[in-house]
Design a protein around this ligand. Structure first.
Ligand code: XMP
Length: 506
């Protein structure tokens, strides 16, 4: 495996994704929370950082743990850090070294740069620059303004690059990383969905043995893939629980339950609609709604988990970005959530936790799911928030409002599917606004509510832009909703980006 030491750069996850895309397993560790360097490690990458190596509190790491012991690649801050520690000199750069640049001289005899084109485009993003390097450094690529764009330390497998190979604007960045992994580290690219599935199933069997596991299914990709993996590993000892909180899309509970059964999962559907509606009655504040839903979910899940005799484990669909988040550079001391207060937790939370996907990125979860034979329909589903339609009905929730929103949402989503737009947008849904406006239907005046349609393009939900759905499609959806959904006489389309708006309205 490759170890990526994170100095806090916004691009660190991207480095990991690229390495994984090259079918090599890697782990991100914060620089101040080092892993063990044993013989499973085949190379180390030092990330960039928002800091300058000249800062008083610049992130530091004990290089002797891995330098000259494993192949090493410093990226941006990582490169500057190496240069500075080895008697070089890093200074604020006089010109802006930000954005596209070209490697006007490049020595592609070096393993790291093999096959890269002359003048290849790279992406720079730094305020410092390496001004001087020690005698045993050789400069192996330069741009017109950055002399030390890439260096090699003679007689070692240590390299540094001041540009970012992980971003797509570095056009041959992936080839450079491929060179590092294969040529420099000597890794074979055999980390594939199949190898992941095989080794994970074996690990799960060893870890869990004959114990029972309980897992909450949500209808989403992560919990489904986690369940299918566990099912392959331990079969009937996996007990899945799928809760109908009355806030799912129209017909979703029945439809998804049927699909789960078709996959051979041992799943129990629990209709708890009324419990959720009762808990939500009269609550308008978004955070209070979320809390109420979370609380009732835990109660329902705890009740159900108790019905399973002698269950020892809680299965979860946690994925790698959540894991990295909880042990990030920014919060090393606030790392793993504390379980000290076990007394106050529901019983199922005292179970041991098993998370088969904790090493995977979202796209990898999908690839694994596909390899496991899970349908494209399920794997390609848009993200859907845990609190469901409760945060798409502004203000208080009633079963009637839920029914209206479900009908409108179904018309919307069905039309996105039939027009081919469903897979082009990242997330879509309808929102029920507690606003009444005047309309005319036939000879009558109406005074009814508004449905807002939302569709966004995004990569990870952190930022988003509204989708440019065709007018004709919007017109068709609007007509169908107004003509078929009683209580709605007006449809609007949300054209706000995130930021400053959010994807959801609550
Ligand atoms: P926002 O509205 O913050 O949403 O732009 C970003 C992504 O997160 C989802 N979301 C949630 N998911 N519980 C969830 O499980 C929540 O409370 C929640 N709020 C927002 C949202 O659907 C979008 O994909």
């Amino acid at each position: 495996k490759i170890i990526i030491l994170d100095f806090g750069s916004q691009y660190t996850q991207l480095i990991a994704r690229r390495v994984r895309e090259l079918n090599v397993y890697c782990e991100i560790h914060p620089y101040n929370h080092l892993p063990e360097f044993d013989d499973t490690v085949k190379g180390v990458i030092l990330s960039g950082s928002p800091h300058s190596v000249r800062d008083e509190n610049a992130p530091e790491v004990d290089l002797s743990l891995f330098h000259q012991k494993y192949p090493l690649l410093g990226v941006c801050y990582g490169a500057q850090y190496l240069a500075q520690k080895m008697e070089g000199n890093v200074l604020p750069s006089k010109i802006r070294e930000y954005g596209r640049a070209n490697l006007s001289t490049i020595n592609n005899d070096h393993e790291l740069l093999k096959g890269l084109s002359d003048n290849t485009q790279v992406w720079m993003s730094h305020g410092d620059t390496i001004a001087e390097v020690a005698d045993n450094f050789e400069v192996i690529a330069s741009t017109d303004s950055v002399h030390v764009a890439a260096f090699h330390i003679k007689d070692t497998k240590t390299y540094g690059i001041q540009f970012h190979p992980e971003v797509t604007h570095s056009l041959e960045g992936k080839l450079l990383l491929d060179n590092f992994l294969v040529q420099v580290c000597g890794l074979s690219q055999d980390w594939t969905p199949n190898s992941f599935i095989e080794s994970t199933i074996a690990d799960l069997q060893e870890k869990i043995g004959n114990d029972k596991v309980v897992l909450g299914l949500s209808g989403g990709v992560d919990s489904t893939v986690a369940a299918v993996l566990l099912n392959k590993a331990i079969g009937k000892n996996l007990y899945c629980i799928f809760v109908d909180n009355g806030l799912l899309r129209k017909d979703e509970f029945e439809g998804v339950l049927k699909q789960y059964e078709g996959m051979g999962l041992n799943v129990k559907g629990v209709d708890s609609k009324q419990r959720f509606y009762d808990a939500l009655a009269g609550i308008s504040d978004p955070e209070k709604k979320r809390k109420a839903i979370g609380r009732v979910f835990i109660e329902v899940f705890d009740d159900e988990a108790h019905k399973i005799e002698d269950v020892k484990w809680l299965g979860q669909g946690t994925i790698y970005p959540d894991v990295i988040e909880s042990v990030s550079v920014k919060g090393p001391s606030a790392t793993i959530k504390s379980h000290h207060n076990v007394g106050g937790l529901p019983d199922f939370m005292k179970l041991k936790v098993v998370e088969p996907l904790r090493l995977l990125f979202k796209d990898e979860v999908r690839r694994v799911g596909k390899t496991l034979g899970i349908s494209d329909e399920l794997l390609g589903r848009h993200p859907f928030p845990g609190p469901g339609l409760a945060i798409r009905i502004l203000g208080d929730i009633t079963p009637e409002k839920v029914a209206i929103l479900q009908q409108a949402d179904k018309i919307y989503i069905d039309n996105l599917r039939s027009s081919g737009w469903y897979d082009k947008v990242w997330q879509a849904g309808a929102i029920y606004l507690p606003v009444q406006s005047v309309g005319v239907m036939g000879d009558e005046r109406t005074y009814e509510n508004v449905i807002c349609l939302r569709a966004v393009e995004s990569v990870d939900g952190m930022t988003a832009d509204w989708s440019h759905l065709p007018y004709e499609l919007l017109a068709k959806i609007s007509n169908e909703i107004i003509n078929n959904v009683k209580g709605i006489n007006r449809v609007v389309y949300d054209i706000s980006s995130k930021p400053p708006a959010t994807i959801e309205w609550e």
